[in-house]
Structure formats: C-alpha cells, structure tokens
Design a protein around this ligand. Structure first.
Ligand SMILES: Cc1cc2nc3c(=O)[nH]c(=O)nc-3n(C[C@H](O)[C@H](O)[C@H](O)COP(=O)(O)OP(=O)(O)OC[C@H]3O[C@@H](n4cnc5c(N)ncnc54)[C@H](O)[C@@H]3O)c2cc1C
Length: 392
C-alpha cells in the first residue's frame, strides 16, 4: 500500500514517521514544493523550536486555541502534549520545560528536531521528493491514501484544488502599530501583567506587554491579535484598543492610589510610582493625565484628578493603526473547515482516503508551542486512521 503526503513540514514528517512505525510495509512518499523540507521548524521559536507546552497553566483549551479547541480536546485523549513529550524523548531528543511552560529541545537548537525527523525518515525509507508542488489530486491517483499537510494558506483560493469547504484565511499572531510618538519613545519598556481589550467586545487578553518603536507587542498583544483575528481583519486593522496597565479593577486601583496619598502625601506623583510601573511609563501616563501637576505632591491631587488617574490606569485608550509581523511566529487563522472532516480520523467527508493535518486545517493557537502541538496531534491522528483503514 502507498501513502502520498503533500507538504514536507512539521505535520507531514510527523505523520510519515508515525505511519511507518505503525505499518512498516507502507510505502510513504513526501512531496515538498520547496527545495528544502522543514524550513519553518528550522526558524521556529527563534531557531530553538518551541515544540510543545506543558499545558500546566491552561485550564481551558479555548484560551490557547481560538480555533479548533473542541476538536483538539477530543484528539488529545489519544495523542496530547504528554504523548508528544514522550515521543520526542523516546526518540532521543532531551526536552526542557521553561518556567513559562514552553518546551524546547535541551540543545536549544531546532536542528535537533530536524535531524531526528530526517534520520527517522531515512531509517524508515520514506521517499522525500523536493521541488514537487502538487496542485491536483489527480496526479496522485495511484496512491491508496493521500495526506495534505501543506500548512497555513494565507491567500484566498490557495486551497481550491482540494475541493473542500474553506474558512477564509486571515493572519494571526502579529503586533499592533500605534501612531503615538510619546508612547513609541518608551520602546523597550515591558509591563507585566496588563490586560488589553477591544472596547465594545468581549475580546481581551492578559500578559506581559512590550512597547516597541512602532507600537505594542508582547504576549498580551499577540494573544489579542489571535482572539480578535477576524474582527481586526474585518476592520482593516483599524480598531480602538483599551489598555489596563495594572490588570486590576478600577476599585482596586483607586484604593491603591488613595493609600499612596495617605502614606506618602509629601512625595511627588512622579517619584512615588504605583503598581511598580516602570519609571518612564509612569512619567508618560501621569503627564498625559495631569500635565505639569504630575510634578506636584500626592497630597495636592484633587479627587477629580484621582478619578482621572484611576480611569487612565484601568482604561487607557489607543487606536490600532495597522499590524506588523512578529518575527518569532505567525500563523493563519482559517483553512479547511473542521466540518469538512471526520472528527475521529480527519478524513475528508467528501473524498474518501484524503486526510488533512496541521495548519492547513482551521486550527490555530497562540504562541507557546501550541501550534506545533496541534501539528503533532493531527498528524498522529491521521497516521493512526490510515493504519486502522489499511488493516480492514
Ligand atoms: C517564524 C515562525 C516561527 C514559529 N515558531 C513556532 C514555535 O516555536 N512553536 C510553535 O508551536 N509554532 C511555531 N510556528 C508555527 C508553526 O511553525 C506552524 O504552525 C507549523 O509549522 C505548522 O506545521 P505544518 O506541517 O502544518 O505546516 P508547515 O510547517 O508550514 O509545512 C507545510 C509544508 O508544505 C509545503 N507545501 C505547501 N503547499 C504545497 C504543495 N502544494 N505541494 C507540496 N508542498 C507544499 C510547504 O512548502 C511546507 O514545507 C512558527 C511559525 C513561524 C512562521
């Protein structure tokens, strides 16, 4: 029996190797359009490959998979993060879990993963054909099974040749342009944790925020770009943004400011910073709110000014004026609709023996190793489905 895998990336290789481990006599060929395979794995995680996550801090999969969490919840029961971790370790790759729960090869080098995949492919006699772009299923008619692992397809119409229902693609995981020179002057400032939201919606995210020379970045912003991927694309990346610089409620913020007034009445507003905010940020915020009175003593701050400061810290408004690439990771939201595949096997409902895995599906996660985990899980699911089918 023969299986053709279209796409020599993370999901394609993982599926090919798992399939050969399950059905040794299966002839497996990977078709890759580029001259080299696994190019995204190579640059992933800044060249270190954040290959999965411990999921210890994840109480609900929808927090980390805005698209695809229900399907993944089901598939993780067969092959989830713990199984992926063991798979790599059992294949000789030592992994380390960072404090933020991201998992990397101990070598801190993506080539460790690439070398593993290439060595396993060689050992199992998996045929790798590079510079072979497939854009018609007819060319593979003499294969028993076809697996599509072509990755994110950011352009409309790119997947039409597969004749499946498509959820139109939009980008996810990017940073925001904010045209505010005074803010941009604070580039390099990290504030943790903040919460950011699109006013008038339920879309919000929490985490560290990094001010850049073009606007805002950092985990909170990247998460919001993922949660709000469709809304932001629909507005052509022009939307209001609200920042709560403290990630606390208005009442808590007011309490803290009131106790500063009673504990440090003679200190100036700028010298006595609340919430450990970075000095440059606090100078910017207090001047924005109080003007030259930011240099006055806390005891001279009126009730009205206290309210204005509270409001600014909890709901500081900006305008998103475009998006900028995040060099460490960007993914496509959209792809083959999950309604088009059997949720147990990821086989196309309309074309028998055609399977789909990886980012080509309408599944995407936030940063932290979640996208590779989705690739391993869906690729394993397909390998297992082909194994079961080949026995019958
Ligand atoms: C810069 C960057 C860094 C990232 N870092 C991380 C990270 O650290 N952790 C994480 O979890 N995720 C990360 N990601 C996301 C992750 O790389 C992807 O989600 C993952 O690679 C998806 O795997 P895949 O196999 O589905 O697609 P891909 O890895 O993109 O592989 C698809 C392959 O198919 C080939 N192909 C496409 N069309 C055809 C065709 N018609 N015929 C033949 N071949 C075709 C492509 O050339 C490609 O080689 C990163 C992404 C980027 C862009």
């Amino acid at each position: 029996m023969r299986t053709a895998i279209i796409g020599g990336g993370a999901a394609g290789f993982f599926c090919a190797i798992c399939l050969k481990e399950m059905v040794a006599p299966m002839e497996v060929t990977i078709f890759e359009r580029a001259n080299r395979v696994l190019s995204k794995v190579e640059i992933s995680g800044g060249g270190r490959c954040n290959c999965t996550n411990s999921f210890r801090d994840v109480s609900d999969l929808s927090q980390v998979y805005p698209r695809g969490h229900r399907l993944l919840k089901r598939l993780f029961k067969s092959f989830g993060p713990a199984e992926a971790y063991s798979w790599f370790e059992n294949h000789g790759v030592r992994l380390v879990t960072q404090d933020d729960q991201c998992v990397f090869p101990q070598s801190q080098d993506s080539h460790t993963i690439i070398n593993l995949f290439l060595n396993e492919a060689r050992r199992h006699h998996i045929d790798i054909k590079t510079a072979q772009k497939i854009n018609s299923l007819d060319t593979l008619s003499d294969y028993d099974f076809i697996v599509v692992t072509t990755g994110g397809a950011p352009k409309e119409g790119q997947l039409d040749w597969l004749q499946q229902t498509i959820v139109s693609p939009v980008p996810s995981l990017y940073t925001f342009n904010i045209a505010d020179k005074a803010l941009q002057a604070l580039m390099g400032t990290v504030v943790e944790p903040v919460s950011v939201a699109i006013p008038g919606t339920k879309l919000r995210a929490t985490g560290p925020l990094l001010i850049t020379h073009w606007g805002m970045s950092g985990p909170a912003i990247l998460r919001l770009s993922s949660y709000a991927a469709r809304e932001l694309a629909g507005s052509n990346y022009q939307m209001p943004l609200s920042v709560n610089w403290t990630n606390r409620s208005e009442a808590e913020i007011k309490d803290v400011l009131t106790s500063i007034i009673s504990d440090y009445p003679k200190r100036t507003v700028q010298t006595q910073r609340p919430f450990g905010l970075p000095t440059r940020l606090w100078n910017y915020l207090s001047e924005k709110c109080l003007g030259e009175r930011a240099g006055y003593r806390w005891q001279d701050i009126s009730q009205k000014e206290l309210n204005r400061l509270t409001n600014l810290l909890s709901n500081d408004n900006y305008h998103i004026a475009g998006r900028a690439a995040f060099k460490d990771e960007f993914v496509t939201c959209g792809g083959i609709a999950l309604t088009a595949v059997n949720p147990h096997t990821l086989e196309s409902k309309s074309i028998p023996h055609l399977y789909l895995a990886g980012e080509v599906l309408d599944i995407d996660g936030v940063t932290g190793g979640f996208n590779f985990q989705a690739a391993w899980t869906t690729a394993y699911t397909v390998a297992h489905a082909i194994y079961s089918e080949s026995k019958s």
